[in-house]
Design a protein around this ligand. Sequence first.
Ligand SMILES: *Cc1c(COP(=O)(O)O)cnc(C)c1O
Length: 368
Amino acid sequence: MLLFTPGPTPVPEAVRQAMATPTIHHRTPEFEAIFAQAREKMMDMFKMDECIFLASSGTGAMQACMVNLCHKKVLSVNSGKFGERFGKIADALNLPKVELKYDWNTPVNIDDVKKALDENSDIDAICIQICESAGGLRHPVEEVAAWAKSINKDIMVIADGITAVGVEPIDVTNIDALITGSQKAFMLPPGLAMIGLSNAAVVKIGSGRDYYFNLATELKNQQKNTTAWTATTTLIAGLNAIFDEIEKSGGSEKLYKDTAKRAKATIAALKALGLEIYPSSPALSMSTVIDDDAENIRKILKNSYDVNMAGGQDHLKGKIFRINQMGLIPVYESAWVVNAVELALDNLGRRTFDGTANKVFNEVYYKG
Ligand SMILES: *Cc1c(COP(=O)(O)O)cnc(C)c1O
């Protein structure tokens, strides 16, 4: 069965092997060396001033950033489940918020950001997804971040890059906290979150807030290659193996290029089948189709063609399907997926199979 859900993503064999080695104690020079390597590689990927690892899923890092970097009022963007989550975290923290809410296929409108910042001079942090995974859309984060900084350079820009880091190169010029997690583009089991930080964010963190998620305590420890609490030793060893795999396959620049090519070829193939792409600004991390037969197509793919892809949540349940593009995906697997979608449409009597999806996919991927 091909796992084509936009998280979790398949864990490469060599990485599973690396994580099968005996557990070592976290307060040892041996683990510190493993941690130091992971920290250095992660800093290379973030291209930011600092980096923190947390033993939590991605949501823990979202909360950690809000607690430590937003002290007055947050502006949160909600175009789906994960944007909504920032708002819910704010509520749980009793943090005043201004929420910009959109349909799940619609990215944030920069004019709304400008208006919210004009009307609320006490906003000291903006929380936004780079890719909102609920509908697979890409927000214009760079534009939002640049505008926020031009109004007030002290506004912290917190970017949820859980389905963007490791997918595409991210311009971090105006980003203060860049969040990611293990189980999406990093091809690891869930349980490890990573945050890239700007120097301005480190200053604002000061002595930190919260207990478990005190980013000052973590940073102080991690600069010495240890963690405040017991580290996710196995996942950090796995992360080093992931960086080795990326290196072996040609490096991160090649990973970004291949991901973009696969995403582009997939979208072209789906459109050639007459399918409708859901988001108005599709992200590269996943390809999302809206279709009345979404659930049937998903079932046929799983039962007849060995492909497991994701559906939708809430009001989009049964209405969309999402094809993963994150990670080191062999191109022939992606070609099979669009081929299988075409076969499913034939099974449903919607269009006669003639190999269009495979043809278009390969034309765009190899010749586009
Ligand atoms: C998966 C995901 C998260 C984090 O979810 P966890 O289940 O807590 O790891 C956050 N934001 C986005 C955009 C995601 O795709």
